[in-house]
Design a protein around this ligand. Structure first.
Ligand code: SF4
Length: 371
């Protein structure tokens, strides 16, 4: 069996929304391997602790994953422990890093669910997201729903399941998202996604650019459909590249431009990464070369520098900084951290602009806020 399904659950946001992406991505290598390795290490640590017991902190300094490529840090141990605590709090009959088979809905569909917990008539599928870039929500999360279909197909006969809960634990964003649906609704969605999967396997499957699907598509630097879409956004509404003053744009033009911001930026970044990869691998690219990036000065020998500075500046040679609440909690451990609970408060976040369909509640601004 291949290590990744062609119609993978993790790539489902892409192939559901852009059927042509399956063929477009074929044969293109994964970039940013170090992020992937860090994520794999976090998942391996979680599995070790959930299966063998103990705490993630006991693994600090231990090299994990293939070829000992990544070492568990204090920071990783703290974040992964949050996931472990969540999974343990769900209870029930549990399986960890469990392969599930959703091929009854998606041809050759299989994947690995981080945690499946069965408790009464409820099946909970929990996904650890170690990344801190994009916030992932549980509601209508196609990856979680495909894993839930697979888990139901493989283990649904252990207990009479009526309800499904999808959970995303994203500790580096301090974010836990839960969403419950009935088994009947999940199976109905399974029929819908089955049709979407069929569309992907057609030889002339359409490429449909969009923010969600193009975000992690490996073909985006060279995709003609995305190029056409970005050209439309940048050029068609405006006469030329001398873009007009923002204040002269209509509301519709501004909405269209902002709606496409991530898509255009993502495409430009992908083109830059593609050219950079060509130049660094010696293939060259006309009009571009590699130069030395900006570097920050550093001490050649920290110990010698500390001694010299102390002799010159005494205590002023060192800065003392209070730990942040998150770092203090990690250093203290779960039990002692209770002693500082009352000292911590979370200020209101500064309002940020979001699209109407963003799952967060809209912030009400009153006249007092302008004082
Ligand atoms: S870049 Fe976007 S439009 Fe092109 S194949 Fe990928 S997902 Fe589809």
């Amino acid at each position: 069996m291949a290590s990744h399904a062609k119609l993978s659950a993790s790539g489902s946001d892409r192939w559901i929304n852009c059927p042509g992406s399956v063929k477009a991505e074929a044969g293109i290598k994964e970039q940013n391997r170090s992020y992937a390795q860090e994520g794999t290490c976090a998942h391996e640590l979680a599995e070790l602790v959930l299966i063998n017991g103990g705490s993630c902190f006991e693994w600090i300094g231990q090299p994990l994953i293939e070829n000992n490529a990544f070492t568990v840090t204090q920071e990783m141990a703290g974040y992964v422990q949050e996931y472990v605590d969540y999974v343990q709090s769900v209870g029930g009959f549990q399986m960890h890093e469990q392969q599930v088979d959703y091929s009854a809905w998606v041809p050759e569909g299989f994947g690995t669910s981080d945690a499946i917990c069965i408790h009464g008539d409820l099946m909970t599928c929990i996904d650890l997201k170690y990344g801190k870039g994009v916030t992932v929500h549980a509601e209508k999360n196609s990856q979680g729903m495909l894993y839930a279909l697979g888990a139901y197909s493989d283990f649904g006969d252990l207990q009479e399941i009526k309800r499904i809960k999808i959970v995303i634990v994203q500790p580096r964003k301090d974010h836990i998202s839960e969403w419950e649906l009935s088994l009947a609704d999940l199976l109905k969605w399974g029929e819908w996604v089955s049709q979407k999967a069929e569309d992907c396997l057609q030889p002339d499957a359409e490429r449909v650019p969009g923010e969600k699907q193009c975000l992690f598509c490996k073909a985006k630097a060279t995709c003609p459909a995305l190029l056409k879409k970005t050209q439309e956004v940048i050029l068609s509404d405006f006469d030329n590249l001398d873009l007009p003053e923002v204040s002269n744009l209509t509301d519709a033009q501004m909405r269209k431009a902002l709606d496409s911001k991530q898509l255009v930026i993502g495409w430009l970044n992908a083109v830059e990464a593609h050219i950079s990869e060509r130049v660094s691998s010696g293939k060259g690219f006309q009009g571009y070369k590699l130069v030395e990036g900006r570097a920050v000065r550093a001490w050649q020998d920290e110990k010698a520098a500390a001694e010299k500075l102390q002799s010159l500046l005494d205590e002023a040679a060192f800065e003392k900084k209070l730990l942040s609440p998150a770092k203090a909690e990690k250093a203290l451990g779960k039990v002692k951290a209770a002693e500082i609970k009352d000292l911590i408060f979370k200020p209101k976040g500064k309002p940020v602009l979001a699209r109407e369909d963003d799952p967060r509640e809209s912030v009400q601004i009153s006249a007092d806020d302008f004082d």
